[in-house]
Structure formats: C-alpha cells, structure tokens
Design a protein around this ligand. Structure first.
Ligand SMILES: NC(=O)C1=CN([C@@H]2O[C@H](COP(=O)(O)OP(=O)(O)OC[C@H]3O[C@@H](n4cnc5c(N)ncnc54)[C@H](OP(=O)(O)O)[C@@H]3O)[C@@H](O)[C@H]2O)C=CC1
Ligand SMILES: CC(C)=CCC[C@@H](C)[C@H]1CC=C2C3=C(CC[C@@]21C)[C@@]1(C)CC[C@H](O)C(C)(C)[C@@H]1CC3
Length: 416
C-alpha cells in the first residue's frame, strides 16, 4: 500500500502537485519576464498569457513535425550500439546512439536556411512563443498520461520509486523504467534529442529575431549561442555516459522527466537568448573575456570530472586513470579519492553551475530575469546531490561514510 513507500518531493501530493501545476506557470512567467526584461507580476503574466497562449494549427504542426523529424532521423541514421547498465532482471538493454550525428545534420541545415536564404523564418518561433509553449506543455501531459497507462501492462519493469500504488505520485515520478516501442527507447530519446537539440535551435531563432529587429546580432547573443551550443554538443558527443546516470538507470519515465526533457529544457534553458532578443546587450571586450574564462573554467571541471569517472568506471587500469588514489569498497567497486573527485564529491555539478552562471552573466546586470537559471540550477543540483548521496549510501553502506570523511565537501572545497 501507498503508506509503506517512501515519497520524494515532500510526499505524494505537495511537491508533485507544485511541480505538475507550478512549473508550467513558471515557464509562462519566464516567457513574459524575458520579453519585458523584468520580473512580471501575476496580473501581467495572466494578461499576456490570456492573449497568446492558445495552441494553433501552426504550432501543433511545428512541434509534431519537430518530434517526428528527430524520431525518424534517430531511427534512420546509423549509430553506435551500446549496452546500458544491468537491470534488476539481470539483463542489459541496448541503445542506438546517434544524437551527435543528428545535431550535425540538423543544426547547420537550419542555420543555413534561416541566415543565408529567405526560405526559413526562424524568428517565427520567437513570435509564437506562448502558443508553442502551451503546445509543448499539453504534449508533455499527454505523453506522461500515455506512459502511465502503458506502464500498467503485464510484465513491465517498474522503477523502484514509481510503484507506490499512489496513482498521481506514480504518474508524476514515473512508473515504467525503460518504456520502449520495439528497440526505440523513449526515455533516452526524449532526454537527448528533441528537447536538447530543440534548445540549440531555439537559441538560433532568438538570434534570428534579433537580426530582424536590430539588423545585427550582438556579441552577448553570439556568446550565449556559442556557450550553450558547446553544452549541447558535449552532451551528444558523450551520449554514451548518459546510460549510467540515475535518470536512465533508476528513475521511471513520468511527468517529471517528460516535462523536464520536452518543455523545461527547451523553454527555460533558452531564457538568456530569449531575454537578449528583446533586451539586446553589447558587452565590452574585457567583460566578454571574463565571461568566457568563467565558462572555460566551468567546462574544465564539468568535463574533466565526468570523463575521469567515465574512463575509470570503464577501465580502472586505463593509462589516464590508473594513477588515481581510490577507496576499495565491500561491493567490489572503487571510489576515486584524488584528482577531480578528491576535491569535492560533486565537483562536476560545480563546473556545470559555473557554466550556467557564465550564460547568465553574458546578459549583463540590467535585469535579474536571466539569473533565474542560476538559482533554479543550484536548487536542482543540491537536491540531486542529496538523492545521489542517499543512493550511494544504500550501494556502499559504511564505505560511503568513509568516503565522505576522506572527501568531506560536496561542491566547493573548504566551503560546502
Ligand atoms: N543541465 C542539467 O540540467 C543537468 C545536468 N546534469 C549533469 O549531468 C552530469 C551527470 O550527473 P549525475 O548522473 O547526476 O551524477 P554524477 O555524474 O555525479 O554520478 C553520480 C554517480 O557517480 C559515481 N560516483 C560518485 N562518486 C564517485 C567517485 N568518487 N568515484 C567513482 N565514482 C563515483 C556513483 O555511482 P557508481 O559508484 O555506481 O558508479 C554515483 O552514484 C553532471 O555533470 C551534472 O552536472 C545533471 C542533471 C541536470
Ligand atoms: C524542473 C524539472 C521538471 C526537472 C526535471 C529535471 C530535468 C530538467 C533534468 C534531469 C536531468 C537532466 C539532464 C540533462 C538535461 C536536464 C535534465 C533532463 C542533460 C541531458 C543536459 C546535457 C548534459 O550534458 C547531460 C547529458 C549530462 C544532462 C543529463 C541530465
């Protein structure tokens, strides 16, 4: 029964209800605030949304078309075939990974058509933002519902946290672990293809809008596009490493991830570019260099730590990782206690957040709106660090305590 299970997010109702209904509202607020360049009050948000929220045939066709194009390309293009982590059933699923190829095909094509030909008015995305957003929210609800219903089939492998029996909570947190249509893995696809690549395309659309209105693209817009494209390219180039993240190995595919992948990432992570489309900023050379340095620093910690762990988990005797100091655990696995992983237990999160801060800073300091991302992301990472700590405590028992005493800081050495 529901009572015997542990509920994340403050119980079966409070957090889940807040997320299911609160986050779509935050998306609308961010849409209005980024256009105005200030924090909007509720009547202003409601007024703007009332005027422009309705999905149209055009926005439904655009979004459905985008999902269909990415899905077809994922199926049609060749890709690396990789095995995922071992499941509770003892089996491993195979995944086809071709996100980087897909990006390399789609992004330059759209860039060329929008900026060098009259055939693609990409700024349309900017002008129909609220309507596209509503379409995406509705799609997220519909897909989550379909996934929940499908998870009730006989013999589906359910996520540990998504089988409480509490209907709303399971719908929210995700019941089925790896929903698939044949060999097409819906969770891996949604996490890396339409939303993540869509984010990079949306950024281009915002630059296109700026070009239409201003007659040029500002250096801040170029920086935001370049930084975030690097982030997307990195995610797709290292697509394989997603197969060992808790999203794929542990969490079910429900509203939280569906909405996160298909709506939150493209519509919130593009906040800076959308802000700059309506509030252009010209940055000095020195300031631009500072922001670039912060992005490089963040990227070094993010990529350095993630790759180090990845290589170590694949082959602890590999030439680039065999020198690392480790703690041997009773489970037979080792934990790295030197180099990146000796500085703080989640130095990769710190690097990720620093990059996010650089994206916000590229928008200058005239408005707090673009900084919403840094605040949101800090909250997500703190929560994720706690969840991962709990998982590791279960996996490694007293060895995890030992590890925490050797590497006492979570994010920033000597601070936190
Ligand atoms: N942009 C965004 O919105 C988001 C980005 N991310 C990014 O995704 C990346 C992956 O994040 P995530 O999967 O959450 O977490 P991590 O990459 O930090 O993986 C955590 C796992 O790594 C292993 N591990 C932890 N410490 C050590 C150690 N010292 N030595 C060896 N292995 C260790 C443990 O698993 P085991 O021991 O079983 O291998 C642990 O469960 C991060 O860089 C994060 O910033 C994440 C969420 C959202
Ligand atoms: C507020 C809300 C609904 C949160 C849901 C969380 C999701 C937005 C994030 C959970 C884990 C994510 C990851 C990425 C994007 C955001 C979500 C989906 C990621 C794909 C971004 C690119 C990175 O390189 C990554 C591949 C490491 C990363 C994986 C986790």
């Amino acid at each position: 029964m529901a009572k015997e299970h542990e509920f994340e997010f403050f119980g079966p109702w409070l957090g889940p209800l807040g997320i299911v209904f609160g986050l779509p509202f935050v998306c609308y607020a961010a849409a209005v605030g980024s256009a105005l360049g200030r924090l909007p009050d509720v009547p202003t948000i409601m007024g703007a949304v009332a005027k422009g929220w309705r999905p149209t045939l055009g926005t439904v066709a655009a979004l459905a078309g985008w999902m269909a194009v990415t899905a077809c390309l994922h199926v049609a293009l060749p890709g690396q075939i990789c095995e995922g982590a071992v499941l509770a059933s003892g089996k491993r699923l195979t995944y086809k990974l071709n996100g980087f190829r897909l990006l390399m095909l789609v992004y330059p094509t759209i860039f060329y058509l929008a900026f060098f030909t009259p055939y693609l008015d990409l700024a349309w995305v900017h002008d129909h933002w609220l309507s596209i957003l509503s379409t995406s929210i509705l799609l997220s609800f519909a897909l989550s519902l379909a996934l929940y219903i499908a998870s009730r089939r006989e013999g589906t492998l359910l996520a540990t946290g998504g089988q409480t029996g509490h209907l709303f909570y399971d719908f929210f947190i995700g019941a089925e672990l790896n929903p698939r249509i044949g060999s097409f893995d819906l969770k891996e696809f949604c996490e890396l293809y339409p939303g993540l690549i869509g984010w990079a395309i949306i950024n281009l659309a915002m630059a296109h809008k700026q070009l239409q209105v201003l007659g040029r693209v500002t250096n801040s817009m170029v920086l935001v596009n370049a930084f975030q494209l690097l982030y997307v390219v990195d995610g797709l180039w290292f697509e394989r490493s997603i197969l060992t993240t808790m999203d794929i190995t542990t969490d079910g595919f429900g509203f939280m991830l569906v909405f996160g992948d298909l709506t939150w990432v493209p519509f919130i992570y593009s906040l800076q570019a959308r802000y700059l489309a309506s509030n252009p900023q010209d940055l000095s050379l020195t300031y631009s260099a500072l922001v670039m340095a912060l992005n490089v620093l963040g990227y070094a910690a993010f990529r350095g730590a993630n790759s180090q762990k990845d290589q170590f988990r694949r082959d602890p005797q590999g030439p680039s990782v065999r020198h690392l100091k480790t703690l041997k655990t009773e489970s037979g696995r080792q934990l790295i206690v030197s180099s990146w992983w000796g500085t703080a237990r989640h130095i990769n999160y710190t690097g990720d957040w620093l990059m996010g801060l650089a994206w916000c800073m590229a928008c200058g300091f005239s408005s707090i709106v673009p900084y919403f991302y840094a605040v949101y992301f800090a909250t997500l990472l703190v929560h994720r660090d706690i969840r991962d700590g709990q998982n590791c405590q279960l996996k490694y028992g007293s060895d995890w305590k030992k590890y925490c005493s050797i590497v006492p800081y979570r994010f920033i050495p000597y601070v936190y």
